[in-house]
Write a protein that binds this ligand. Structure first.
Ligand code: CA
Length: 224
């Protein structure tokens, strides 16, 4: 059984989450604040954490830091719409994904399933197909309409990081760090340029990308 730790101080939301998660076979622990969350996580090791960033005692990012020292399970942040700086900090601290409040229960459950699936040790697919193009991670190439797409090494690297995190938000800083290195974490214009190039080469309609998605102010997501 998958054990979910819900860290949230709004009783009504906790109640709704508990009912919906239990109905789908999850085991649920709930903590109303950060300290209770750290304590509960240590006693009942969760498989996934749903974490509100606005808690009465600790800041949600402090909870992430406290958990990340010893716990590698997915952490999905629940956060208000206007708090994008907080979301970025949460991702930098090691959160895996975020859902903006108010959210639909179906969306949250889909994100939760995806996070748990990704965390399960599985053979990594070497070839990822979309309806428009195919990415072969082992052969390091992309194919569109039966022909190899010519990508520069940097374009390939950006694409590779996104594809290896398929379905998952990759934060701007994380992407810059992985492709260009730690001293380039603020060069978000690089990302705009390279994503535009990748879309021109891969997306059927680059102005309306369906696979290389921008999450404004946050990062990018590859949707197969
Ligand atoms: Ca709150």
């Amino acid at each position: 059984m998958t054990r979910v730790l819900v860290v949230e101080d709004e009783p009504q939301l906790v109640r709704a989450l508990r009912i919906n998660l239990r109905a789908r076979g999850y085991e649920v622990d709930a903590a109303p604040d950060g300290r209770a969350a750290l304590d509960l996580a240590a006693r009942h090791r969760p498989d996934v954490v749903l974490l509100d960033l606005g808690l009465p005692d600790l800041d949600g990012t402090e909870v992430i830091r406290g958990l990340r020292g010893w716990l590698s399970v997915p952490i999905i942040v629940l956060s208000a719409r206007d708090a994008s700086a907080d979301k970025v900090r949460a991702l930098d601290e090691g959160a895996d994904d975020y859902v903006t409040k108010p959210f639909g229960m179906d969306e949250l459950l889909a994100r939760l399933r995806a996070a748990v699936r990704r965390a399960a040790p599985a053979e990594e697919a070497a070839v990822v197909r979309t309806d428009a193009f195919t990415v072969d991670l082992a052969a390091k190439k992309a194919v569109r309409d039966g022909a190899d797409v010519r990508l520069t090494p940097t374009e390939w690297h950006v694409l590779e990081v996104l594809v290896r995190n398929a379905g998952r938000l990759v934060g701007q800083r994380q992407l810059l760090r992985e492709v260009w290195g730690p001293s380039y974490e603020k060069e978000t214009n690089y990302l705009r340029v390279y994503l535009a190039q990748l879309r021109r080469k891969l997306e059927p309609d680059p102005a309306r990308p369906r696979h290389l998605i921008t999450e404004p102010g946050m990062g990018y997501r590859f949707e197969p």
